[in-house]
Design a protein around this ligand. Structure first.
Ligand SMILES: [Zn+2]
Length: 284
């Protein structure tokens, strides 16, 4: 019993010694440095990500031409996904004809392209679109669900398409429309452009009748709305003809997404998701 008490005493002593807080060093850390502590951080340059200011997060629309936009009109943005596909030429022809007959209210749109569709042979078509004032957007390379991809694959899906589009418009980055509208935090963090969703889904890919597509836009229209259409369906082209005329008669002008953002003086932020682009309140 006596031995047990001694062993217990030794154990407690060792335990207490282990748990005792270490003594603070008598000499402060700074004293070991050959120059003042702050000087070590004087030349510190944060990484690009950290250094990004609120200003650099704003989507640059300085080269977007809005001289043809009638500011007294309501604006609505038309977007065509899965471009360039088999109806792009027809869609452009509808815009060209409308603009010729309505020089007071010319219409433009944003074409969200898949890199996989941008072959050498369609570059002239994209160049024609760009020359007509159309905006080219990024719908990724191979139309995959971005939320299911690794970081590397996600980056390459976006960057490959940006590179191809820059051959047409010279811009390094383009508005992002994720396939299926699927976005997560990783997509938002990686995107160097605003992420553009929509306010009105025409569901034209279901190959609905022209009237159904038309009615979805007509019933859902409001100033600042973004309309989702697709390249590839003849009924979409027919509906487009009626919509351009009737929207004009109703006081609207059909424009691209970036043109609407600039005209509405709404700063789009990189990595943010937009379903509409309202006019700033101080603009009457
Ligand atoms: Zn798509």
């Amino acid at each position: 019993m006596k031995y047990l008490a001694v062993i217990w005493g030794i154990f407690l002593t060792v335990l207490c010694a282990c748990q005792r807080a270490p003594e603070p060093p008598e000499t402060p850390f700074n004293a070991y440095l050959p120059r003042p502590f702050e000087e070590y951080f004087a030349d510190y340059v944060p990484s690009a990500e950290v250094a990004e200011s609120e200003e650099t997060k704003v989507w640059d629309v300085s080269d977007v031409d809005i001289s043809q936009i009638d500011t007294s009109r309501k604006l609505i943005a038309f977007t065509f996904d899965d471009a360039p596909a088999k109806t792009m030429e027809n869609i452009l022809a509808v815009f060209a004809r409308f603009n010729e007959e309505n020089p007071d209210c010319p219409a433009t749109a944003t074409f969200f392209c898949n890199g996989i569709r941008i072959r050498e042979s369609v570059l002239p078509l994209l160049q024609t679109a760009y020359a007509m004032g159309m905006e080219l957007g990024n719908h990724t390379h191979s139309h995959l669900d971005l939320t299911k991809l690794s970081t590397d694959r996600l980056l390459s899906e976006i960057e490959r398409t940006d590179e191809l589009l820059s051959r047409v418009d010279g811009k390094p980055v383009h508005l992002l429309r994720p396939p299926y509208g699927n976005v997560n935090e990783q997509v938002k963090a990686i995107s160097k452009a605003p992420v553009i969703h929509w306010s009105i889904d025409t569901l034209d890919w279901r190959k609905d009748e022209e009237t159904t597509i038309y009615e979805r836009v007509w019933q859902g229209r409001f100033s600042g709305a973004i309309v989702l259409l697709h390249d590839g369906y003849p009924h979409t082209v027919s509906a487009l003809k009626r919509l351009l005329l009737d929207l004009k008669a109703d006081g609207y002008q059909v424009v691209s997404v970036s043109a609407m953002a600039k005209a509405h003086r709404c700063d789009l932020k990189k990595g943010s998701v937009y379903i509409r682009i309202r006019k700033r309140r101080d603009l009457s």
